[in-house]
Design a protein around this ligand. Structure first.
Ligand SMILES: [Cu+2]
Length: 355
């Protein structure tokens, strides 16, 4: 959509656009309208975090419930508006019209709504059993813990082993994967709109959800329950892979961290150990074994940083280390601005290298 209208713009106005003033004369209202519309709708078109672009059977069921309800309410709304107009123009009810008016109230006010709502209730309740169906556990299980303001993700493998990562889940296409949910501090809610509905994460109580995707791709999840200052910055990625690629990823994640490569990364690694990042973070295969914050063993390969608050690149890593609370209000990580630019650069290089 954005592409189409960008092309529209560049056809007769590419240069003019840069020229600013000249733009107004060369590009017509139609093109400008298309560009505005594209900007307004681009977010919705992307679909990575949209219930209306379902990528799995559960989200599809929810989307169709939405469309049926929308269509139903549109019909009822039109009917009510039509009747209101009619009533506004009609002369007041005369004596002999009383029975007709009473019948209308009974039908329109009692019988019809009861029928409609019953149909909707039966349809909605009928959707529940498949949505709540437990997924088989033979291939292991994913356990996600909501923390202020990030997601601790633990893969429990059929062999009994487990490994941890953060703010990212990967699942194989076409399989129903069980996800058990809990919370450390306050109530959070696990929500991947393109895959299924949301489920609360409650301290002291495990809840459960199944994820199933039909299309490979990267989808965005978010916390669906207000949980404090950085609630809006508590998101995560769900990456759907072909089964073979998924198995390869599982193998790779179980391995300890790659040794630091190159001078910069080695300086970064020793800084990491020296300033005590390991008190809160684990990097498997090194002395860092903290568990307050996310496991960083394979941080470099993740889609985002700090619960998708930032892109995962060297520049963002440096900014994050220097000013975590400025980027993410109340983030529970101390700032390291005092380290100086070179050390921050080395740390970022080391972390990005943890593929
Ligand atoms: Cu939240």
């Amino acid at each position: 959509m954005l592409h189409a209208s960008a092309r529209l713009l560049s056809q007769d106005g590419g240069e003019a656009f840069r020229a600013g003033e000249a733009f107004r004369d060369t590009v017509g209202w139609r093109e400008r309208g298309a560009a505005c519309f594209a900007l307004l709708t681009a977010q919705a078109c992307s679909g990575a975090q949209s219930s209306l672009a379902p990528a799995g059977p559960d989200a599809r069921a929810i989307a169709s419930l939405f469309w049926w309800m929308t269509a139903g309410s549109a019909v009822v709304w039109l009917l009510v508006m039509g009747l209101s107009f009619y009533a506004a123009r009609h002369t007041p009810v005369r004596e002999r019209e009383q029975p007709r008016a009473r019948a209308m109230v009974v039908w329109g006010g009692v019988i019809l709504p009861t029928l409609l709502l019953t149909v909707l209730l039966v349809y909605g309740l009928g959707m529940l059993p498949p949505l709540l169906a437990r997924a088989p556990r033979k291939d292991g299980e994913i356990s996600v813990t909501g923390e202020q303001w990030w997601w601790r993700v633990r893969y429990l493998l059929p062999s009994g082993d487990h490994f941890e990562l953060a703010n990212e889940l990967r699942i194989p296409r076409g399989r129903r994967v069980p996800v058990s949910l809990r919370a450390e501090d306050v109530i959070h809610s696990f929500w991947v709109p393109a895959l299924t509905g949301k489920r609360d994460m409650i301290p002291g109580r495990a809840t459960e959800l199944a994820l199933e995707a039909e299309r490979i791709g990267t989808y965005l999840g978010a916390c669906g329950e207000y949980c404090g200052a950085s609630h809006a910055q508590m998101r995560f990625h769900v990456v759907v892979l072909e089964p073979a690629a998924y198995q390869a990823w599982l193998q790779q994640q179980q391995r300890p961290a790659q040794p630091a490569m190159g001078q910069l990364a080695r300086v970064g690694e020793s800084t990491f150990q020296r300033v005590g990042c390991g008190a809160c973070h684990t990097v498997r295969g090194t002395a860092a074994r903290g568990s307050v914050g996310p496991d960083l063993t394979h941080l470099g390969g993740r889609r985002g940083l700090a619960a998708a608050a930032l892109p995962n690149d060297v520049a963002a890593l440096q900014r994050w280390l220097a000013h975590p609370k400025a980027l993410k209000p109340s983030a529970r990580m101390p700032p390291y601005a005092a380290l100086g630019r070179d050390e921050l650069r080395a740390l970022a290089g080391y972390l990005k290298g943890l593929q």
